[in-house]
Design a protein around this ligand. Structure first.
Ligand code: FMN
Length: 417
């Protein structure tokens, strides 16, 4: 049996599609598709398209790249691209339904193509049917307003299989000259775009000349010095932030969650903060989701206690690896920062959109702030803004500045306008 796949995408019409325009488009599509042995269907509702393309992977990808560049539609979002065992629309080089709003509730068997064909009722109960039904009930309708179309809509490819994880090396017993540690900090704003304010600055550890400190610090992060190191880094970040006159929130990485003195370390952070004039709720500890997996109920209890004392908590890299929504239940953080893999190119990736919408809804329901970190394009920002996300961190908004608070939110003012 030859290899088959289907690709399902949604898009928004950029021009009026009346009957004549649709018939012309379909005539062309049916001729080309039958030559390429591509089957599928096109659904059109009030300016939104949903199309299913089925066939040999190379042919489907090539046709989709071609269609995606058609200027008659925009915001092309790949909802799914996956292998299939058999075609759902084998007889149709391009089935079609044009559904007006009034007809929505009676979509079964509607329209020229579908009348008498019992299209929806005839479909097998697979993913295609579920997606068509989701579209019918208002989901996956692309909206032009507020969304900057991506310059080149991308084809979602199957992910390259990742290399098997290499086991962590045993923590080395490295000597660490804490007092003479050659590190300093850059500060990157987390911006509340709706209110045009810097909500917090994240302190990012650097070498004392502003380079990446990761390579030389990471061997110590999990080792016997991790508590000492944590204490020193937080002290220095707080002292520098105070010296620079920081009067917003201050976000500090907390990377020693595996150690028993967590409670002690956090209390010290709070004390140091107070010493430098930071009041309660100004300091947020950002904890990598990796450190929150497994049985960490004792750690959750520490966090809850410290929240009560005035520290705020954020889960970083949310959505990476195996972290799930249950982390939110266990830790009840003040904020959640999305991992880069959920943010990059979100305006054209259906699966990422569906996952992130779920996270947004959960955070909204629980009063947790959601931070879209690592935003790099206006199209990504526009997508998050449309979904109601207000907090952003990324180079395009404001890059980290070494030993300085940039305070520049000019770009943000343009976004809020
Ligand atoms: C929503 C939408 C769906 C389309 N579907 C198909 C299709 O299934 N097959 C096809 O050949 N062209 C399809 N087209 C039209 C192509 O984008 C393109 O205009 C057509 O292939 C002619 O391309 P050419 O002028 O480069 O020859 C579609 C266009 C739009 C806007």
């Amino acid at each position: 049996m030859s290899e088959l796949m289907h690709l399902i995408y949604s898009s928004a019409a950029t021009q009026h599609f009346g009957r004549d325009e649709l018939v012309e488009l379909l005539d062309r599509a049916r001729t080309t598709n039958s030559k390429l042995d591509i089957s599928g269907m096109l659904l059109y509702i009030d300016g939104s398209f949903l199309q299913v393309l089925e066939g040999a992977p190379d042919q489907v990808d090539a046709l989709f790249s071609h269609i995606a560049k058609d200027s008659r539609h925009t915001t092309v979002v790949t909802i799914i691209r996956e292998p299939i065992a058999k075609r759902t629309f084998s007889d149709w080089s391009m089935g079609f339904a044009d559904v007006s709003t009034d007809d929505l509730n009676e979509i079964d068997g509607l329209n020229d193509f579908f009348t008498g064909e019992a299209c929806f009722t005839g479909l097998g109960a697979g993913r295609t049917k579920k997606l068509l039904n989701a579209f019918k009930s208002g989901r996956w309708r692309s909206r032009i307003e507020g969304i900057t179309p991506p310059a080149t809509p991308s084809v979602a490819r199957e992910r390259e299989p990742s290399a098997p994880p290499t086991p962590d090396p045993a923590p080395p017993e490295l000597a660490l000259d804490i007092e003479n540690l050659a590190v300093s900090f850059a500060f990157q704003p987390i911006v509340d775009v709706a209110n045009q304010q810097i909500s917090s600055y994240e302190a990012i550890v650097k070498t004392d000349s502003g380079g990446s400190a990761e390579e030389f610090l990471s061997p110590h992060m999990a080792g016997p010095n991790s508590g000492l190191l944590q204490r020193e880094l937080q002290h220095r970040a707080i002292a520098l932030a105070a010296k620079l006159g920081l009067n917003t929130g201050l976000t500090l990485k907390y990377s020693a969650s595996g150690i028993e003195e967590a409670d002690q370390l956090m209390s010290e952070t709070l004390e140091i903060g107070e010493r430098y004039g930071f009041t309660g709720n100004q300091i947020t500890l950002e904890i990598d989701q990796d450190q929150l997996t497994g049985d960490t109920s004792w750690f959750a209890a520490v966090i809850q206690k410290q929240r009560g004392l005035g520290l705020r908590f954020s889960i970083d890299h949310f959505g990476d690896g195996r972290s799930g929504l249950s982390l939110i239940d266990a830790y009840q953080p003040d904020s959640v920062a999305l991992n880069r893999n959920l943010v990059t190119g979100i305006e054209s990736h259906g699966a990422r959109q569906a996952i992130v919408r779920g996270v947004i809804q959960t955070c909204d329901d629980l009063g947790i702030d959601l931070i879209a970190k690592h935003v790099e394009t206006e199209a990504e920002i526009a997508w998050f803004r449309y979904e109601g996300v207000e907090l952003f961190q990324g180079t395009i908004i404001a890059p980290p500045t070494f030993e300085k608070l940039s305070g520049d939110i000019g770009y943000t003012e343009r976004l809020a306008a």
